[in-house]
Each structure stands twice: as structure tokens, then as C-alpha cells.
Design a protein around this ligand. Structure first.
Ligand code: ATP
Length: 233
């Protein structure tokens, strides 16, 4: 579904992503893990069209997508939930969700809204509440719900567990697994390697801009180098 080949991304003279290659097959949860500054967010922003590669290629559903504007990519089925959630603070929950459907025909908005409310009953309860007054976990759910309003084939999540209490982290990962079971393919960027590798089919470890290890999630969880660097063991 997504094929990233040898991409190099720079911020001016800073070489943030170095020859990174990975793929996401239909139906998988794939995770990119790594420490602060490893290049995870840069990689996601590049896929979603917000940053540009200097070299390398990115294909989504068999088509090259470099240079395609971000909004067009959403229309083609690629949705990103940004780091730090970034919901529209002054708008209500429902207005935020409606914004997520901007690439979709009007007739799909109500059925999608019903589906998102079914997946996130908490959002339904709070649909008239201003998003800026939601808790951190609720804002994460809203950011995920908003992305789902575009009917994505591939959902890319940037550190959904960031800043959440352990109980909420569990809830968010439960939701990720439910979305996956319902048929959404997921690319998950996480610093919480333990949680991410336990739900992922496959994972890639990024270190200072390079992929240094990859394999099935369970295998990486058991890997001594991964344990030492990312699992506190
Ligand atoms: P984190 O988990 O902290 O978000 P990350 O793995 O997502 O980290 P990136 O945000 O992709 O890492 O950053 C990769 C590298 O690029 C870092 O060295 C960072 O300082 C640098 N970088 C990121 N954004 C910019 C920018 N706008 N200008 C210059 N350098 C940047």
C-alpha cells in the first residue's frame, strides 16, 4: 500500500532522514519507533506531502505521490493524525469532525459521523463541547475521529500516546487495535516502543535519521538491543 524507498530529507543543511526505506502492506499495523529527534515526524510529514524529499521515492497504492499536495492525498485515502493532536480549539467536537470530511462528498458526512460516534462514544456525548476544553485523551480521540472522517485507506498516527496517563495510553492502543480489526491499515509513529511493538505486525527502528533494525513487532520486542535502548531493560 505504501512503499518508501531510500528517501533523504533535509531542513536546510540538516540531513534529518537518511536513505530511509520501508513498506506498509494492506491490513498491517506498522510502527516506526525511535528516540527524540530520530526523524519519525519528518518521515510522516514527508509522506503526507508537508515536506519534500531531496532523493528517493514514495508510492501510495502503486502511484508516486511526491509533489502531490497534502489535501489531495487525503482525498486519495491517506490521512495523518498530527503529533500533539492539534484539534481546532475554538470549534465544537462535531465541527472538528466535519472539518475532517472536507475532501469527501457531502452525502458521506452523516454516515461517517455516525460511524465515528460508534467508535468513540465519548465524542458523541461531547459533540457540542468546545474542543479546547476536552481532556488530552479526548482530544487524541477527536484527532483520530477527525482523520477517520476522510475514509482513509491508510491512517498515519504521530505519537498518539504522547503526554497521556498510562490508563489513557491503554485506551488509545485499544482503539488502534479496533480500527485495525475493522480494516484500517495503520502506520504508527511512537516513542512508546513497548506498546507500539506489542500491537504492530512489523516495526522499524529509526536512529539519527536511519533505519537500523526492522522485523516483526514481537521479534523486535525480544531483541536485546531494542530492549536496552527503548524498553528500559
Ligand atoms: P520526536 O519524537 O522528538 O518528535 P522525531 O523522531 O519525530 O522526534 P523529527 O522531529 O523528525 O524527530 O526530527 C528529526 C531531526 O530534524 C532532529 O534533529 C530535529 O532537530 C530536526 N528538525 C526537525 N524539524 C526541524 C525544522 N523545522 N528545522 C530544522 N531542523 C528540524
Amino acid at each position: 500500500m505504501l512503499e518508501v524507498k531510500n528517501i533523504n530529507v533535509y531542513y536546510g543543511a540538516i540531513h534529518a532522514v537518511k536513505d530511509v526505506s520501508f513498506q506498509v502492506n494492506e491490513g498491517e499495523i506498522v510502527t516506526l519507533i525511535g528516540a527524540n529527534g530520530a526523524g519519525k515526524t519528518t518521515t510522516l510529514q514527508t509522506i503526507s506531502g508537508l515536506l519534500h524529499t531531496r532523493t528517493g521515492s514514495i508510492e501510495f497504492l502503486g502511484q508516486p505521490i511526491q509533489g502531490v499536495p497534502a489535501a489531495k492525498l487525503v482525498g486519495r485515502g491517506l490521512a495523518q493524525v498530527p503529533e500533539g493532536r492539534r484539534v481546532f480549539q475554538q470549534m465544537t467536537v462535531e465541527e472538528n469532525l466535519e472539518m475532517g470530511a472536507f475532501t469527501q462528498p457531502n452525502s458521506t458526512v452523516d454516515p461517517n459521523l455516525a460511524r465515528v460516534y460508534e467508535q468513540f462514544p465519548r465524542l458523541k456525548e461531547r459533540r457540542k463541547q468546545v474542543a479546547g476544553t476536552l481532556s488530552g485523551g479526548e482530544q487524541q480521540m477527536l484527532a483520530m475521529g477527525r482523520a477517520l472522517m476522510s475514509n482513509p485507506k491508510l491512517l498515519m498516527l504521530d505519537e498518539p500516546s504522547m503526554g497521556l496517563a498510562p490508563i489513557l495510553v491503554e485506551q488509545i492502543f485499544d482503539i488502534i487495535q479496533r480500527l485495525h480489526k475493522a480494516g484500517t491499515t495503520i502506520l504508527l509513529v511512537e516513542q512508546n516502543a513497548q506498546m507500539a511493538l506489542s500491537v504492530a505486525d512489523r516495526g522499524y527502528v529509526l536512529e539519527t535519521g536511519r533505519v537500523t533494525l526492522s522485523g516483526p513487532g514481537k521479534q523486535l520486542l525480544a531483541d536485546e538491543a531494542v530492549k536496552k535502548a527503548y524498553l528500559g531493560g
